[in-house]
Ligand binder design. Structure first.
Ligand code: CU
Length: 313
């Protein structure tokens, strides 16, 4: 009945998918024999697990928690049953009456997720840029207009039209970058996350993308490469508000948000190793509206030197 802090239209299930970064609230109907305990199983999906499913106990207060259940633990869904996962995710719609997205957006950013190489190292890249954070924090860099602290060229807002998302990359090489997608304050932005084949043939992975500083409306999911006409199928009446959303193998996910929170915000895959291998982008809006940046956010890189000079004088 709740996803990422927002109510959703409640629905009944025997199991739920939770990806890294997501949060859910569930209600459990305790209508079983209270003289017994019950197993709850937790399994891995999305990648082949090297561990058996984990178990915990649902315990009625009337008996000891150490009394083992008499019925066998539920078997968790197959790790690679993507259709089941899609069916679950697509059931999530907003609770009636929750705020809905603006009917249109003038800015659409397409983000192609690819696995790449730099030398012998595996990387992830977005529109062929693998995110490597600068040593100077963005907030101070932008607010104090410092030079040479990060790449001032805006990163690409799309990718080549002929990119074949079903094949491993023709040229797996990529480049590192740390540019920022800058938004006008209160601008409505659409982001299309586009998945693709990884370095290995016939494989595309699941990525849960998490946005800092905002909730976004999930407008929809689709198979294959996003086409402009897919926008006709966007859910603009019961779009759930979330801050983390999954992009399924070989598919796309569309979301919309208002750039209404002054700051610099990471938007990244919440599988931590993927982020550290470059699977993220940086968004920013209305940084000039931030009056005081906490000292702690200024004590690295070029802003550290400024701060040091300030305290010396
Ligand atoms: Cu990922």
């Amino acid at each position: 009945m709740e996803a990422d802090g927002n109510y959703v239209h409640p629905f009944a299930v025997d199991d739920i998918d939770i990806y890294s970064g997501e949060t859910y609230s569930v209600l459990i109907k305790t209508d079983q024999n209270p003289k017994k305990n019950y197993w709850l199983s937790i399994g891995v999906i999305g990648r082949k697990p090297n561990t058996p499913q984990a178990l915990t106990i649902l315990n009625y207060k009337t008996i000891s928690a150490s009394v083992l259940p008499t019925s066998p633990p539920p078997v968790t869904p197959l790790w690679n049953d993507a259709e089941r996962s899609k069916a679950f995710t697509k059931q999530i719609i907003s609770k009636m009456g929750t705020p809905q997205p603006p009917k249109s957006s003038r800015r659409r950013i397409l983000l192609l997720n690819t696995q790449n190489q730099i030398g012998r190292f595996t990387k992830w890249a977005i529109n062929n840029v693998s995110l490597t954070l600068p040593t100077t924090p963005y907030l101070g860099s932008i607010k104090y207009k410092l030079n040479n602290t990060f790449d001032r060229n805006p990163p690409p807002e799309t990718f080549p039209k002929d990119y074949d998302i079903f094949k491993n990359p023709v040229n797996p090489n990529t480049t590192i970058g740390n540019g920022v997608y800058m938004f006008r304050f209160n601008e409505t932005v659409d982001v299309i996350l586009q998945n693709a084949n990884i370095l290995e043939e016939n494989t595309s992975e699941i990525h849960p993308w998490h946005l800092h500083g905002h909730d976004f409306w999930v407008l929809g999911y689709g198979e294959g490469k996003f086409k402009p006409s897919d926008a006709k199928s966007f859910n603009l009446t019961r779009a759930p508000l979330r801050n983390t959303v999954v992009v399924f193998p070989y598919g796309w996910t569309a979301l919309r948000f208002k750039a209404d929170n002054p700051g610099v915000w990471a938007f990244h895959c919440h599988i931590e190793p993927h982020l550290h291998l470059g699977m993220g982008v940086i968004f920013a809006e209305a940084v000039h509206k931030i009056r005081n940046i906490p000292k702690e956010a200024l004590t690295c890189g070029a802003t550290a030197k400024m701060f040091l000079n300030d305290t010396l004088h």
